[in-house]
Design a protein around this ligand. Structure first.
Ligand code: ARG
Length: 277
């Protein structure tokens, strides 16, 4: 019998394959987003412990986690989501906006090429899954701070999935994956205030049933989440979002990634999904 608003759906998890980079050289030595303050000390040991827990959590949920070695001098390389976009075994290599991160693109592209992925070099700036989120039928594409809007057409050419351009307007939410997460096919959660009025209208038309995050959950990086269709791994401080996810039949799992937050990243930023053909 239905109680209250609606019966809770039972969700099914699908095992995923992830690429992660250990935070062996993590630090905040420059500032390219409003969260980064190089004068605020980081705790490298703590970053490693927090990251290890995230990795072990994925493995415990039945996912595969591969690792790319960290490179000295690339303190943001831990944010694997930015390293590339991988769909159907095809890769669009990342091309970073800032010189400080430029060498990460070839590092990730090389790792993927060595493992048999077909890598397409990018003509325009794009920061991988930071700004490209695949829903299963379309690619949601962020722009405004990092990824060049001209990259969106390039994306569509490489992957032959429709690309939907979304414009970010709040510098705290500089990558799409800080303001929006894909929960399951055609189900998303997002923070409306991070988007331009046109993009907000588009999102509410495409996803009328989306979960909407409030200011506090967004600022806790709750949208920087990784879903396997059932479990949603997100910042533990995003308790309002966790409640909403439960109401929709998902199983939220809170994680503490406070050290990585000092660089403006959380769970999703540390996680690149490898989608085989
Ligand atoms: N400090 C990094 C930067 O500003 C953080 C990247 C976070 N990654 C992400 N996928 N949002 O580029």
């Amino acid at each position: 019998m239905l109680e209250g608003r609606a019966a809770r759906r039972t969700r099914t998890a699908r095992p995923r394959s992830f690429l992660m980079c250990p935070p062996g050289h993590f630090d905040v030595t420059y500032s390219i987003n409003p969260w980064m303050d190089p004068d605020r000390p980081t705790d490298g040991g703590r970053a490693v412990r927090q990251w290890d827990r995230l990795r072990n959590l994925y493995i415990g949920l039945g996912h595969t986690v591969e690792q790319i070695p960290a490179i000295p001098g690339l303190p943001d390389m831990v944010f694997a989501a930015n390293g590339a976009t991988v769909i159907d075994g095809q890769v669009l290599a990342a091309r970073f906006r800032h010189a400080e991160r430029a060498a990460e693109g070839p590092a990730y592209a090389g790792w993927l090429a060595e493992r048999g992925y077909q890598v397409h070099q990018a003509q325009f700036v794009n920061e991988g899954e930071g700004d490209y989120l695949f829903t299963g039928r379309r690619i949601l594409a962020g722009t405004g701070f990092r990824t060049d809007p001209r990259s969106h057409a390039e994306m569509q050419r490489v992957f032959s999935h429709p690309v939907v351009t979304l414009e970010l307007v709040d510098p705290r939410y500089y990558h799409l994956d800080t303001a929006l997460a894909v929960l399951d096919h055609d189900e998303i959660m997002y923070y409306p205030a991070a988007f331009s009025a046109d993009s907000r209208a588009l999102l509410s038309r495409l996803y009328p049933d989306a979960i909407l995050a409030g200011d506090a959950d967004a600022a806790a990086f709750g949208l920087n989440a990784v879903s396997d269709g059932r479990h949603v791994v997100l910042a533990e401080k995003a308790t309002g979002l966790a409640d909403q996810l439960c109401q929709h039949g998902f199983v939220p799992i809170g994680v503490d990634l406070s050290e990585l937050m000092k660089s403006g990243g959380s769970a999703k930023c540390c996680t690149l999904e490898l989608r085989a053909p």
